[in-house]
Write a protein that binds this ligand. Structure first.
Ligand SMILES: [Cu+2]
Length: 241
């Protein structure tokens, strides 16, 4: 077992740098443009498919640190995130999403020459300004967001992004349906629905449980997109769009 672990660690150590230099070498012209659109950290997101919007603040602290708030993120693979970024500091800052290696390479380049990028994985903002980055995290793993303006990373402007291998379930399991009948008293709703892939059920008309708040927002004849799950053995509407 011990041997196996060491072997695995070695293989990884030998493979990882090769991977990093591989991405680096591809960086010219159209290749570069493609790299920036679709990278290991994911790809440029579509505004119409945003799952979550997150407010991010960039600023300097009173004791000379530079930081992002929040300082780290957790996402599920497949999630499209809109980062609403506001620079509340006195200095110019940027937010760049990449692998740790990608940011390190980029930072080394920035140290030689302060380049202002306008790539889909980044945004650079003057003091007081706000903007957004929309990004789809297509790969699981640990990534990084950072400000690569010389000196800022070292002053604290970086954080970890953890992307879980588990797909964002909610979105995957939404199904279209039309409400046929509502029995608010019994906490039941009858829905004509498409296939419930997560429950391995074909399209049909079924009675579901739903809580009071969910039912209060429903009307007979209404077309909805919903998620059904088995809760305590009963088919239950757990989410409605
Ligand atoms: Cu900065």
């Amino acid at each position: 077992m011990r041997n196996l672990l060491i072997k695995t660690a070695l293989t990884f150590a030998l493979t990882a740098p090769a991977f990093a230099s591989g991405t680096h070498e591809g960086g010219h012209g159209a290749e570069m443009a493609k790299d920036m659109m679709e990278m290991r950290a994911g790809m440029m997101g579509n505004a119409a498919q945003v799952d979550r919007t997150i407010e991010v603040v960039m600023r300097e602290s009173d004791d000379g640190e530079m930081l992002f708030e929040p300082g780290s993120f957790d996402f599920a693979r497949g999630e499209t995130i809109r980062f609403n970024v506001t620079n509340k500091g006195q200095l110019e800052h940027e937010l760049v999403l990449d692998t740790v290696e990608g940011n390190a390479e980029h930072k080394a380049m920035m140290a030689k020459m302060d380049m202002e990028h306008d790539d889909p994985n980044s945004i650079r903002l003057d003091a007081g300004m706000s903007g957004e980055v929309i990004w789809t995290f297509t790969n699981a793993g640990r990534f990084e967001f950072a400000c690569l303006i010389p000196g800022h990373y070292e002053s604290g402007m970086h954080g970890t992004i953890t992307v879980d291998a588990e797909m964002a379930q909610a979105d995957e399991n939404y199904v279209a349906g039309k409400i046929k009948k509502i029995d608010a008293k019994a906490g039941k709703v009858t829905i004509i629905h498409g296939p419930l892939v997560n429950l391995d059920m074909p399209a049909m008309t079924m009675v579901f449980r739903a809580d009071e708040a969910t039912i209060a927002n429903m009307a007979v004849g209404q077309e909805i997109e919903f998620v059904a799950e088995r809760v305590k053995g009963k088919l239950t509407v757990t989410q409605v769009k």
